[in-house]
Design a binder for this molecule. Structure first.
Ligand SMILES: C[S@@+](CC[C@H](N)C(=O)[O-])C[C@H]1O[C@@H](n2cnc3c(N)ncnc32)[C@H](O)[C@@H]1O
Length: 310
């Protein structure tokens, strides 16, 4: 929590130049005594050092700066979606005893309603999604047989990084992304920036409502793990209905027991009431909508599960 508060107050950036605690407290409108307690603890953590000029960020502490080439800043900042979401871990006992999300108990509304209410949370979440996809996106693009689909709908496609990369790699594929605003508008910008806008449509809307019909495939990347079974069924029902008798449904996620880490599994639980499902759970979930699991492909950090109509 000391690191989270340090990042939220901007201390690692501010202390690139040494500052005396009184001056810093005045700048930050913080309690001088309390701020020094925090700074002294940051010294023991090795992220700040103390010398005659005052407190200063160490090389280790530079990893917490806004421009560090990692995702720590948004994950720790208490006013960014990632940092705020992790506060839901204080409700882990509730989640474990009920099987439900802790986020609404902690923040008064569910994660998605909170994003809708606070544009900064939406902005930081969408950015975090793009940042975290850099690790596995090339493997997903290279590992899937995307060229055999003339039309592909990316359901809950975020800012469109994955769909843009698939379209760029496969000139014969046309894409259609569905997500909520303002994310959908950002996706249209991504398609422009990648030079694929002529083959990419964007629909701003909910995947709990009817989806564009008749595409060859419907992609759900890191979507189902955000939802409990009731909602996951509703999303899959929309995909199966839109896919009709010939379309396929593709799920890309870390799968339980394969790529998914246990800590992330707990995060899905406390934040969303979701989880990293196992292959058998996906199979059961999808079979309720007439979908048959056809293929499971392990990709770096993710799994691609392909369903066909039964
Ligand atoms: C974990 S993100 C994954 C985004 C993207 N597929 C990716 O892998 O980077 C989940 C996405 O679902 C979208 N989403 C949440 N609720 C939605 C809804 N009711 N309708 C459409 N999209 C929704 C979010 O806006 C977000 O972009």
């Amino acid at each position: 929590m000391a690191l989270r508060v340090a990042v939220t107050l901007g201390l690692p950036d501010r202390l690139r130049d040494a500052a005396a605690p009184d001056r810093l407290a005045a700048e930050l409108d913080a309690s001088p005594v309390a701020l020094e307690l925090l700074l002294n603890h940051l010294v023991t953590l090795g992220v700040v050092e103390h010398d005659p000029a005052g407190y200063r960020t160490t090389d280790r502490g530079a990893a917490l700066c806004a421009d560090a080439d990692n995702r720590l800043f948004d994950l720790l900042h208490l006013d960014a979606a990632g940092g705020r979401a992790e506060l839901a871990f204080a409700e882990l006992r509730h989640s474990v005893t009920t099987g439900r999300a802790g986020y609404p108990r902690r923040h008064g509304r569910d994660f998605w309603a909170d994003l809708a209410e606070h544009p900064r949370l939406r902005e930081t979440f969408d950015r975090q999604m793009v940042d975290r996809s850099r690790a596995w996106l090339p493997a997903v693009v290279a590992g899937g047989d995307w060229a055999r689909f003339a039309t592909l709908v990316d359901v809950g496609g975020g800012r469109g990084a994955l769909l843009a990369a698939i379209l760029a790699a496969h000139p014969g594929v046309r894409g259609h992304l569905v997500d909520l605003e303002p994310t959908a508008t950002e996706a249209a910008r991504t398609f422009d920036a990648h030079g694929v806008a002529d083959r990419a449509r964007v629909t701003a809307g909910s995947f709990f409502d009817p989806l564009p019909t008749g595409a060859d495939a419907y992609l759900l990347c890191d979507v189902l793990h955000d939802w409990d079974d009731e909602h996951a069924h509703r999303v899959l029902a929309r995909c199966a209905e839109a896919a009709g008798p010939t379309g396929r449904v593709l799920v890309v996620e870390p799968v339980g027991g394969r790529q998914a880490g246990t800590a992330h599994d707990l995060a899905m639980l406390v934040i969303f009431g979701g989880r990293e499902r196992r292959v058998a759970e996906f199979r059961d979930l999808a079979s309720a909508h007439g979908l048959v699991l056809d293929a499971v492909t392990d990709l770096a950090g993710r799994c691609l599960l392909e369903f066909r109509p039964g």
